[in-house]
Design a protein around this ligand. Structure first.
Ligand code: SF4
Ligand code: SF4
Length: 207
């Protein structure tokens, strides 16, 4: 394999059933505490019913977004860290050295994806490592390996774009130009109708 220029994730919103196996596999692999989720599955839903003659036409929709750190090409978290605890490796992985973290939480405010997670018990921030030890050994990240619907994949960002096409943003994710996420998404058929409709994340308490 040629050297990876930028590791990235692929997420197929059309294939994701919302089972959360990815979220659980991540928690299990990294022994994460209750309430700390490096990968999260957001349930997006809403829409309205509109009267049509004597009947009602439905415009409701639902899909899921499985999201971890996007190991961005322009990581605002790293730029915001006063102790340089967050750095970007030559292969694109954005990694946090907790021994340098002072718990100021600036990275949390800077990341538009909520990828850095504060641990109140330690007073430090934690985040997805892309399962760097596994990936360096030629194995897939735990979340990717756990998905029963093959809705997740990983690889070189440019290769993922060539293989899957897709986009880096679906509703309600932030615009890509903020951090240039290393993320390729195949949209669910409902994503296009979600913009501007009465749609929101419906499981905020879980994520
Ligand atoms: S998703 Fe957030 S934490 Fe991850 S690299 Fe991008 S800005 Fe940083
Ligand atoms: S790559 Fe590893 S650390 Fe990152 S979300 Fe997936 S399982 Fe968790």
């Amino acid at each position: 394999m040629t050297a990876v220029k930028q590791w990235g994730f692929f997420f197929d919103a059309a294939a994701c059933s919302g089972c959360k196996a990815c979220q659980v596999a991540c928690k299990d692999r990294h022994d994460l505490k209750a309430g700390i989720h490096w990968r999260r599955v957001y349930e997006v839903g809403g829409g309205v019913w509109t009267p049509k003659g004597k009947a009602w036409e439905h415009g409701v929709l639902a899909y899921n977004i499985s999201m971890a750190c996007n190991h961005c090409r322009n990581p605002l978290c790293a730029d915001s860290c006063p102790t340089k605890a967050i750095t970007k490796r030559p292969d694109g992985l954005v990694l946090l050295d907790t021994t340098l973290c002072i718990g100021c939480r600036y990275c949390e405010w800077a990341c538009p994806y909520g990828a850095t997670r504060f641990d109140a018990a330690t007073g430090l921030v934690t985040k997805c490592t892309f399962c760097v030890d596994a990936v360096d050994a030629g194995e897939p990240p735990a979340c990717v390996a756990a998905c029963p619907g093959r809705a997740l994949d990983f690889g070189d960002f440019d290769d993922l774009k060539k293989k899957y096409g897709g986009t880096g943003r679906i509703f309600p994710l932030p615009e890509e130009d903020q951090t240039e996420p290393a993320l390729v998404i195949r949209p669910h058929r409902d994503c296009a109708r979600a913009e501007g409709a009465a749609v929101d994340v419906i499981n905020w308490e879980e994520v």
